[in-house]
Design a protein around this ligand. Sequence first.
Ligand code: FA5
Length: 345
Amino acid sequence: MLKQLEELQLEALNELGQVSELKGLESWRVRCLGKRSKLTQVLRSLASLPLEERKKIGALANGTKVSLESSLAEKKKFLEEDHLASFLSRERLDITLPGQPIPAGRLHPVTQTLEEICSIFTSMGFQVAEGPDVEWDYYNFEALNIPPQHPARDMFATLWIDYEETTGQARLLRTHTSPMQIRVMEKERPPIRMIVPGRVYRYEATDATHESMFYQVEGLAIDMNITLADLKGILFEFCHCLFGEERKVRFRCDYFPFVEPGAEIAIECSSCHGAGCRLCSYSGWLEILGAGMVHPDVLRRVDIDPEVYSGFAFGMGVERIPMLRYGIDDIRLFYSNDLRFLKQF
Ligand code: FA5
């Protein structure tokens, strides 16, 4: 029986040496240490042996069992470490590889221009306000000296929305930011220095310099002793900030019912440098804004005494500014969502 024990231990260790994967260990355990293993049979047969022999063989058989169990535990540990090492060598993460670049968004060129315009005027002491895109006839026209049937309504091809029965007022998409002159003056008392950026809408055919939805920035300054020289000084300073000292600026008379006198500013065309081209309708200039001294009737309507106070207002087209700065020859590029165009800014 001693010999049998020695042989089965050798045989079991030999087999254990050949196990190369963790899952092979369990079947080895069942075969060599399980209920039907040769070792268990030896242990069971101890009962039939004489006492002395039973003690001796029993101790040896148990020793064999303990030694095989510890060999199993050792082998398990070895295989687990081996498994982990080979897993790590396969799955190793190379943290030196550069990551996938995340495409960064950018501000639309019109938004960038709006921010620049606002920062120039706020540095001159103007505050920024915003108003509704859907406006009443009263603010868009009547309060600005444009009653129904006034021919100046034709200047602003209007998108009408509806008509409110109770007040008899018509609602429209504002055709300019000038209604905010009235809203601001209804709320604030002079001195007022305000700019109003926002979208405006016109029922117009589009072309290289006209869109049916575009941005304007309104400006309004009301105080004692404000003159046309203040208007001209502020607007020329603004043009120089945006276009540089060298760029030619044209300031000449224009008509708007809500100012007196009225003026417009045009900048030398960026495409032809004044020679005349499709962009500037062969005039050499592109108009960027209308302006003037606020009409006394407009001031009276909001309870500001024109004998005491005076002021100027202006309204500029925002898209035309980047067109003139970067030589963009079609306003429709801003809203056609072509990334090849937008990514240049
Ligand atoms: C006005 O809208 C007046 N409210 C401006 C004003 C304000 C005058 C305060 C006096 C006092 P006008 O329609 O000219 O004026 O438009 C002003 C500017 O908006 C133009 O100079 C031009 O730069 C721009 N603009 C006008 N129509 C369009 C259009 N369809 N597409 C793009 N820009 C336009």
